[in-house]
Ligand binder design. Structure first.
Ligand SMILES: [Fe+2]
Ligand SMILES: [Fe+2]
Length: 475
């Protein structure tokens, strides 16, 4: 077993070195984490020196230190945002009481479940993305992929720290299980559906980081309100990193659109076959990818009515997005919210108790945020003089979870029958032909400053480095 000087090897602001029990637990877990990274982390990357951002403290200077490192030597630190000794619980039945520094016995099982579910998504996405480095469209993009991968690894550390520190033996067992479940594994899959889907190509990767990392933002924001103070402070710090992941997705899709629009203008065509023949991704394919990733991601918020959601809120475990900025009573008893259901082939709204609809509340907040970025993508098309616009599908489209699961719905929100679904599905969701075409574009472009033909270069490099900087050195 390796002995680690925690204050050096694992940057932290939680006095790791002073807690022998915790240190022993992490010493047991750390080599298993590295084995996991070697087994299912970025494929073939062991000898690469990657220009990465490492957090060495939470202050503005410390959380973004850049330099070339080998990923398995990355310093996966443990950071909580600064605490406030007087922090009070600001929602639910315990509103006004002091925030908890330890886990109250009666909330232990639920808190563990929340932390494990969040923790499980972090290594899952690394597994989903493990082959993408082999087909990176540029060295810049490869570096961004690896940055996201190491930060998801750090987020796993953040959750494992909480499990080890606050949940004793069960926590240690859960921390082990986080390394054993595997994305897409038939026998032992990751907990949530979207994290068992494939991320087969870079268009899928950009859609994933735009939509699914944004789910991460909303879940982390809700947990950042938690009465369990260590969870609130950990997730607040994770949010600073999540912003970069969504940037990679948003700018990635923008760059794809910009290249596609340029090809359409050059050839004066909107014929998808001609766009494809010229080596760019046609807008129809981009829209279908969007439909897929959006619908799979909004399922992550869970059932539209959920007694667990009510319990998590009322007991102070999980708040709403920007709970502190809302002007209601933060208790929500007797309030209602509208959810959708299908009755006699009609999509209807119905009022239900708001506490039970808090998954839907968070999903709706996510939808607003996602739509704003799609608007920015459309600006790229507008500027290029292309009349086509991307849209997010109706929230009942292609759902697998909640009251809308299995209902056949067009992207515009019209209930359709089986026949129409079967006939139109290939217009609405990516087909095997779409995947094969996008896969055919996925070469590997790794000379500094060079970019694959289906994507435009970024406007600027990382950390004020030039676009043609050597972001990855191949050992
Ligand atoms: Fe994460
Ligand atoms: Fe992320």
């Amino acid at each position: 077993m390796s002995t680690i000087n925690y204050s050096e090897k694992i940057p932290n602001n939680v006095n790791l070195g002073e807690d022998r029990t915790l240190q022993r637990a992490l010493e047991g877990w750390q080599p298993n984490f590295i084995n996991w990274w070697d087994d299912v982390g970025p494929d073939g990357s062991t000898n690469y020196d990657v220009y990465l951002r490492t957090a060495v403290s939470v202050d503005p200077q410390g959380w973004a230190q850049f330099g070339h490192v080998k990923m398995r030597d990355y310093r996966w630190g443990i950071f909580l945002n600064p605490g406030d000794a007087n922090r009070e619980i600001h929602f639910g039945d315990h509103k006004g009481e002091k925030a908890w520094q330890d886990v109250p016995g009666e909330h232990r099982a639920n808190l563990r479940r929340i932390i494990v579910t969040q923790g499980d998504t972090e290594p899952a996405s690394v597994e989903q993305q493990r082959h993408l480095g082999l087909t990176a469209p540029s060295m810049y993009d490869m570096r961004n992929l690896f940055q996201i991968n190491v930060e998801e690894g750090r987020h796993l550390w953040a959750m494992v720290y909480l499990l080890h520190k606050h949940f004793g033996r069960d926590g240690r067992e859960e921390a082990e299980a986080l390394l054993h479940r595997q994305s897409g594994d038939v026998d032992n899959p990751r907990i949530l559906g979207a994290f068992n889907e494939k991320t087969p190509d870079w268009l899928a990767f950009f859609m994933f980081t735009y939509f699914t990392d944004r789910d991460g933002k909303f879940q982390l924001s809700a947990l950042a309100e938690s009465a369990f103070d260590p969870l609130a402070r950990t997730t607040k710090f994770m949010l600073t990193e999540e912003a970069h992941h969504m940037f990679v997705g948003e700018s990635g899709v923008s760059r794809v659109l910009s290249r596609t629009a340029a090809v359409m203008n050059e050839l004066k065509t909107d014929d998808p076959q001609k766009v494809r023949a010229a080596g760019a991704i046609d807008l129809g394919t981009i829209q279908r990818y969007l439909n897929f990733h959006y619908s799979v991601t909004i399922d992550l918020f869970g059932a539209d009515q959920s007694s667990n959601a009510a319990t998590f809120y009322s007991s102070g475990l999980k708040g709403r997005y920007e709970e502190g900025k809302r002007t209601d009573d933060h208790i929500l008893k007797g309030q209602t919210y509208k959810v959708l259901e299908v009755k006699d082939g009609q999509l209807l709204e119905k009022e239900v108790p708001m506490l039970n609809a808090l998954n839907e509340v968070l999903r709706d907040d996510f939808i607003k945020d996602s739509v704003a970025g799609v608007g920015r993508w459309n600006k790229v098309l507008e500027k290029a003089g292309i009349p086509t616009r991307l849209t997010v599908p109706h929230k009942a489209f292609n759902r697998q979870i909640g009251a809308l699961a299995g209902i056949k719905m067009s992207p515009e929100g019209r209930v359709v029958n089986e026949q129409e679904w079967a006939a139109k599905k290939s217009e609405w969701l990516p087909t095997s032909d779409d995947f094969a075409f996008v896969a055919s574009l996925m070469g590997r472009v790794i000379e500094p400053g060079k970019f694959a033909g289906w994507i435009a270069p970024p406007v600027m490099g990382i950390n004020r480095q030039p676009v043609d900087f050597e972001y990855v050195r191949f050992g």
